[in-house]
Design a protein around this ligand. Structure first.
Ligand SMILES: N[C@@H](CCC(=O)N[C@@H](CS)C(=O)NCC(=O)O)C(=O)O
Length: 222
């Protein structure tokens, strides 16, 4: 039986995992969890993940959650393209870059935070978007600056991705981050290094086919 990924088109974290599965050449089915309609709180989903969030990856009897933990698991359990570098300093750099988005920006822009801001703190839609845009912009700025620092910049001589010639978990965090920033009105045109990496990544079919626009239920942002 194929693995099932519980996913939503707008989820940045589920997007990371779709790209990882494609890069590892693992066929999977999608099960849509509509986060805007509250599917994450239904009993049928809650027993999969008590955090009420996607992605969740069902593989046989096993259930996996937390996108970066899933990516590392897939990397260790499956042959094929490595999603993290082998050299331990490069692995650290990969994780550090990934966490700028996955740990420091993305967690504060998710639906549960937006609901809280609007419901408990009276933010209107523009204020919620401004709040989210602020954190996504900070993430973009940090990633763009990191790429200029010697330890990251030296990779750029070997290839177009965050860590040079090999696509890594860092790229899987960068792509959804840029789109997430756009979704909240951030002008990303100043982040030239991020945009160049994004463009190179979308030339890969494994990356292209994971785009939310191919996801069931996709709604084109206005
Ligand atoms: N750290 C988790 C984040 C999971 C997460 O918060 N996912 C969001 C979508 S990107 C979600 O399902 N949110 C549901 C909600 O906020 O109600 C990961 O990387 O997997």
């Amino acid at each position: 039986m194929k693995p099932v990924l519980f996913s939503f088109w707008r989820s940045l974290a589920a997007w990371r995992v779709r790209m990882a599965l494609n890069l590892k050449n693992i066929e999977f089915d999608l099960s849509v969890v509509n986060l805007l309609e509250g599917d994450q709180f239904k009993d049928s989903f809650t027993h999969q993940n008590p955090e009420h969030s996607v992605p969740v990856l069902q593989m046989g009897e096993d259930t996996f959650a937390q996108s970066l933990a899933i990516i590392e698991y897939l990397n260790e359990a499956y042959d094929g393209k490595s999603l993290l570098p082998v050299d331990i300093k490069s692995r650290y750099l990969c994780r550090r870059f990934s966490l700028v988005s996955a740990a420091d920006s993305h967690p504060v822009i998710v639906p549960r935070v937006r609901r809280l801001l609007a419901g408990e703190f009276g933010f209107n839609e523009a204020q919620v978007n401004e709040f989210c845009g602020y954190f996504m912009r900070r993430g973009c700025e940090a990633m763009e600056k990191l790429l200029s620092q010697t330890e990251y910049h030296s990779f750029s001589e070997t290839g177009p991705y965050v860590l040079g010639s090999d696509v890594s978990m860092a790229d899987l965090c960068l792509i959804p981050h840029i789109q997430g920033a756009r979704n909240f009105g951030v002008d990303v045109s100043t982040y030239k290094k991020l945009l160049a990496i994004e463009e190179a990544l979308f030339k890969l079919p494994e990356i292209e086919k994971a785009h939310p626009k191919y996801h069931p239920g996709f709604v084109k942002p206005e």
